[in-house]
Design a protein around this ligand. Structure first.
Ligand code: ATP
Length: 307
């Protein structure tokens, strides 16, 4: 046993040593989300985006077959339009974005882009056509400039800075002692959730994909940050097919269609105005609850200030 325990300890030591060095590679894999389960078909052609219409056709999906998450979801995001998915926590909102990006395959039904099933085209071409602003952006241990340029490695210095400004993060970067050369990531400056999300938006602005998915951060943001992000998102969505996975409701008001998901099914759908007019509707009640929470927070803040 002694003979075995020494090599095991040694392996543990080596593993920990290597792990640190591997963090960057791991992050890269996270970012690309390399998933061996989903494979290209032999001789799969590239996706050809014409106008960028996204359609879900009766999509069913479960991570674990015992527990269905999506039980038959159909909707269309017409080219250049924006559709928001809202609904209670755990309803399957983010799952929809993961399926479109093909991190997983649907179990029934299909997802198409301009009529091409995402399972029939190369993953590389699929992912090159979709800009993902994820809930939690992975940053490389490198400069902020490098992290933004990741959206399009050939972008010039000026293009990177312009994208940062459009994403409402330019002033913040300029206020840093080393500006765009500041190191970020695990071993550098830690950015807040809202700042990271704006880095992701800047990347997407550089990438300029025909289709984009915005998966909002779940974490609460202060009102000013939320407005800045909203402005950045409005800019990036202009004229592009946009799917918004919304955890807060304030971001969805202007969307062309809002889909309310509950228990893996579409419970309600329509514009903000239409959904608000449904008596005892789920969307209207979500708004009422969110408004109450905001009001309660405001009162609490006022009470603190007068103390
Ligand atoms: P939230 O608003 O809280 O982010 P959501 O509507 O985006 O929720 P999803 O992230 O789509 O919800 O998750 C839907 C359900 O699937 C949840 O119950 C979750 O626990 C489960 N789930 C998500 N990812 C996985 C996974 N990788 N493996 C197994 N179950 C998962």
């Amino acid at each position: 046993l002694m003979q075995l325990s020494i090599p095991l300890n040694f392996i543990g030591f080596i593993y920990r040593e290597i792990r640190q060095g591997l963090t960057d590679i791991e992050q890269m894999f996270d970012l690309l989300d390399v998933d061996a389960e989903v494979k290209d078909k032999p001789d799969a052609p590239d996706l050809h985006v014409r106008d960028g219409t996204v359609e879900f056709h009766d999509v069913k999906f479960a991570y674990d077959r015992q527990r269905p998450i999506l039980k038959g979801i159909s909707f269309k995001v017409p080219a250049g339009k924006s559709v928001a998915i809202v609904g209670p926590s755990g309803a399957g909102k983010s799952t929809i974005s993961r399926l479109l990006y093909r991190f997983y395959d649907v179990q029934d039904g299909a997802i198409t882009i301009d009529g091409q099933d995402v399972r029939d085209v190369t993953q590389k071409s699929l992912r090159a056509s979709i800009g993902m602003v994820p809930q939690d952006t992975v940053l490389f241990n490198d400069t902020i400039r490098y992290n933004i340029r990741y959206g399009r490695p050939t972008a010039t210095k000026e293009e990177v800075e312009k994208a940062a400004e459009m994403a409402q993060i330019g002033d913040f970067i300029q206020s840093l002692p080393d500006g765009y050369d500041s190191m970020v990531g695990e071993r550098g400056l830690k950015l807040s959730g809202g700042e990271k999300q704006r880095v992701a938006i800047a990347r997407t602005i550089l990438k300029a994909p025909p289709i984009q998915v915005l998966d909002e951060a779940t974490s609460a943001l202060d009102t000013a940050t939320e407005q800045e992000i909203q402005q950045a998102l409005d800019y990036v969505s202009e004229g592009r097919t946009t799917l918004v996975i919304a955890h807060r409701l304030s971001t969805v008001i202007g969307c062309d269609e809002i889909i309310v998901l509950r228990d893996g099914m579409i419970a309600e759908r329509g514009t903000h105005t239409r959904l608000m007019s449904i008596e005892d509707g789920l969307y209207a009640s979500m708004w009422a609850r969110q408004s109450e929470a905001i009001e309660a927070e405001r009162r609490l803040r006022e009470a603190r200030e007068t103390d």
